[in-house]
Write a protein that binds this ligand. Structure first.
Ligand code: FAD
Length: 263
């Protein structure tokens, strides 16, 4: 789904939701699709792993605390105990938290279907509003997340909707720092547009630069550039663009602090 205004696209999706499929397949009891494991320099999270299981994973707290922290910010305990990371990514809600996190971490998504398995880089997974690169006959089986290298600070911050806790804006920042200089920046934003997206302007503004208040502030000013921000009940385009810049600055500042403490 790539054409039409946001309202037209939502109307088309609402029509899709009203469709009555001939068959509904419950994948909920396939044990192999659930769990967290380490695989070399990556962590692998099964699609059916609940947000709570991610939040409470002792190994993820050590390997990549951004994942446990982001999970803890999702909805409420009931949502976190039932909702799954794979369901969230496959659904691709524009206000979901996981899409920004896995984009910034450079994750890969494993899809399985009748033609076999394939790997989709997170950068190519989110296509549009509630639309992903998964084919209709594929399921998402697992997410492979490279463990950030030494000297990396990875942080997710969000402005939650007061009722649902979905992200009005959510920013994931992953900064690799050496001697006070940014070696690599990966920043992704969710909540304000039709899909989560990398903030390339912010990343380019930081790469190779000394990280101080001025460089972080200037980079954060670019956070909303290139995003087609949607006005809705949560706020105007201007308000959401402002929130995006404010939360990006907060995410970058915290990522730098965390990088200083990272081994
Ligand atoms: C009150 C409330 C508050 C919430 N707050 C937040 C929040 O703050 N942040 C946030 O990010 N999310 C939030 N959510 C969403 C929640 O986190 C769930 O993860 C999300 O609704 C998906 O649910 P699920 O995992 O049960 O997937 P389902 O509802 O079962 O599936 C969602 C869609 O994805 C498809 N699907 C599911 N799994 C797969 C798979 N492995 N492969 C292919 N397709 C698949 C299904 O067919 C369906 O179309 C909230 C939800 C509720 C109800």
């Amino acid at each position: 789904m790539t054409s039409g205004s946001r309202a037209e696209r939502i109307a088309a999706l609402a029509f899709d939701y009203a469709a009555q499929p001939k068959h509904v397949v419950d994948i909920g009891r396939i044990g192999a699709l659930s769990g967290i494991r380490e695989d070399g320099s990556a962590v692998v999270i099964g699609a059916l792993t609940t947000h709570y299981a991610v939040e409470s994973s002792a190994s993820l707290k050590v390997k990549c605390p951004m994942l446990t922290e982001a999970a803890a910010l999702i909805g409420d305990p009931q949502v976190r105990n039932l909702g799954t990371i794979g369901g969230s990514l496959a659904h691709a809600d524009p206000a979901a938290d996981w899409p920004a996190v896995i984009l910034a971490l450079g994750a890969e998504i494993r899809a399985v279907g009748p033609k076999g398995a394939r790997t989709i880089k997170a950068d190519y997974f989110f296509k549009d509003l509630l639309t992903t690169a998964l084919a209709p006959d594929e399921i998402l089986s697992e997410i492979r997340i490279p463990v950030p290298p030494a000297g990396t600070g990875a942080v997710y911050v969000k402005h939650p909707h007061p009722a649902s806790r979905f992200a009005v804006v959510g920013v994931a920042a992953v900064l690799t720092v050496s001697g006070g200089t940014c070696q690599r920046a990966s920043v992704a934003i969710t909540g304000v547009g039709a899909k989560a997206t990398r903030a390339k302007g912010v990343e380019a503004a930081l790469a190779g630069k000394p990280l101080d208040g001025a460089s972080i502030g200037a980079a954060a000013e670019k956070a909303a550039d290139g995003i087609e921000i949607n006005a809705d009940l949560q706020g105007s385009v201007e308000y959401k663009a402002h929130l995006t810049r404010v939360y990006t600055r907060r995410a970058l500042e915290r990522a730098v602090e965390r990088a200083k403490g990272a081994k």
